[in-house]
Design a protein around this ligand. Sequence first.
Ligand code: ADP
Ligand code: MG
Length: 691
Amino acid sequence: MMDTDLTNYGADVFSEKAIRRHLPKPVAAKLLATMRDAKPLDPTIADAVADGMKNWALVHGATHFTHWFQPLTGGTAEKHDAFLEPTGSAQAVLKFSGKNLIGGEADASSFPSGGLRSTFEARGYTAWDPTSPAFLKRHAHGATLCIPTAFCSFTGDTLDMKTPLLRSIQALSRSVERLMKAFGQKKAHVTVTLGAEQEYFLIDRRFYLKRPDLLQTGRTVFGAPPAKHQQLDDHYFGAIRPRVLKFMAEVEERLWQLGIPAKTRHNEVAPAQFELAPTFEEQNLAVDHNMMIMEVLRQTAEKNDLVCLLHEKPFAGVNGSGKHCNWSVAYGGRNLLTPGDDPRENAIFLAVLVAVIRAIDRHADILRTTTAGAGNDHRLGANEAPPAIISVFLGDELNAVLDAIERGTKSAARGNPKPSLRIGVDTLPPLPRDTTDRNRTSPFAFTGNKFEFRAPGSSQNCAYSQTVLNTIVAESIDALCDKLAAMTGGDFHANLQKLLQRLVKAHRRVVFSGDGYSADWPKEAAARGLPNLRDTPAALAPLADRANVALFEAYGVLSATEMRARLEIGREDYARRIRIEAGVALEIARSMVRPVVADEFSRLATALGQAKADGLKTGIRGLTALSLKLGAGLDDLHVKCDRLEKALAREDAAAQATAMDDLRKTVDRLEGLVDDARWPLPKYREMLFVY
Ligand code: ADP
Ligand code: MG
């Protein structure tokens, strides 16, 4: 049963409560201050902190510790060390030192580095991130103390997702502080917030084990669409089946123990597709929590003889899975994207809003980079997923506000019947909060009090998209502050009004309220000068753009070398994934599909010969037609397999992807012709509906 009195909420986290209980008072106070202010840990207390942490972990059954980090593979990594220290013959103690806690050395040679690290210098270093609390991973025979860490190479270049994220949070915090100072606000803490909605598929394990494509690539490279899939919209928000509900309850129970505020669960649009959303948290913590959520989903599925598919497009023809990243910034606890009742608060809201719009317009290319990947290529622009063109959706009310800003105060004076807006004086019209279903086709939508970035894929580490978002908004806020500062003389709000008017005029082209799926949108977007980076190779290219490199260097988020490395890693990962998929497709087609088709064809041919020899009057037509179809399919299969094999021999991912798609068409057609009992792969109608 679920923990309805919440006694176990956060029990597996080295939380404030655990810290106070297991550390001497002054040490606890110092550590908590470090965590709150994101300051480096005072090394003189490291031993005491480590000892208390170990005692807490031991009480909970831990035997090992690990630095837990997020390499550029997109997953998480850990290397366990026992607390055990031998002290003599057949004697040992359990120890955990401050040195072990603060830093670690890991052999980095097998993590992608994009050429950052030569093999003779394979060492990598991990460093504790005290802003994300340590936690316990449990297994059947105990537990492991996990210490969230950053990961860098011998030369100090980052090899992970967390370090740039932390740097970008700092950059954005500084810019926001500067903006708030310009508004005459008292100094306060900036909190960047993230609520990441996680979509996933669940299928029965029996089917999974019979699909080498799912096992090896996470997606089906073959499979004809079933007659019924999502046309009736009968799955979305439907009653959750008992087996799935049991799974979800177990997931939530575990997440709650880990202090992860899993809040919302529901059926998604595609059959066998679901969503889990936690309540938003401080961004760095929310990213760590999302990584843990993905792991708990996978593990809990396994315990229930299910498989959780986190791939962006496990099944062709139905919805793919995204990770909607809800983003906002708070100052002294006040959400800056909440329009308030006070006109002066609204001036801040409008300044931040316009800064975000400017950021997305100027830096859409680098933001698109963060959603690149072989899996997401199948999703973006397909069913119910935003297109690859980055645009901003605001809603009617905010569009009207932008109109009013664009018109400015003067036009109102000239007797314009439409109301103008005097920033810092007028209040905003009420903006509805519940905007859930307003425009699902937009990749970047304002949803009442936050922006929802919907392009990131379900399997992607959201740290990267958040890093870029923070950085480009920081740049935009700084640009706004620079321009304000340059406007000498005149009233602050009047200057702000003029500036926002100019910025809205310059950047409004990125705002799009229409249907992002329509065939006209790419044309219109091109006319507006918005980039349309269709696939991964195109989407990665902006990482090499000089202006982008200069921006990330200026904000100290990524160096030129680090960006180059990310470009290399992205390209390699893409090429490798396509290659693996193509290899798996070829193997399935040749060794599973072809024998069955050939066998069926030869049986038909024999039956046909027999029927003719016996002089039968009926059945000849049907047998002839079917054997012609199967024979043609068999020939086609042969040709397409050879073509794919040739593409595989060349290092040409695009050719491999095309050859794979072609082969798929043939195989999917054959699926509808061959005896169902003998088709070698579980079908979509089974996998998506039988669970
Ligand atoms: P949706 O209609 O998109 O499903 P929800 O109300 O379920 O919207 O919220 C989606 C996510 O947005 C949740 O994780 C929620 O906590 C998060 N969210 C709400 N407010 C903020 C905020 N200020 N900053 C970041 N995320 C937020
Ligand atoms: Mg949503």
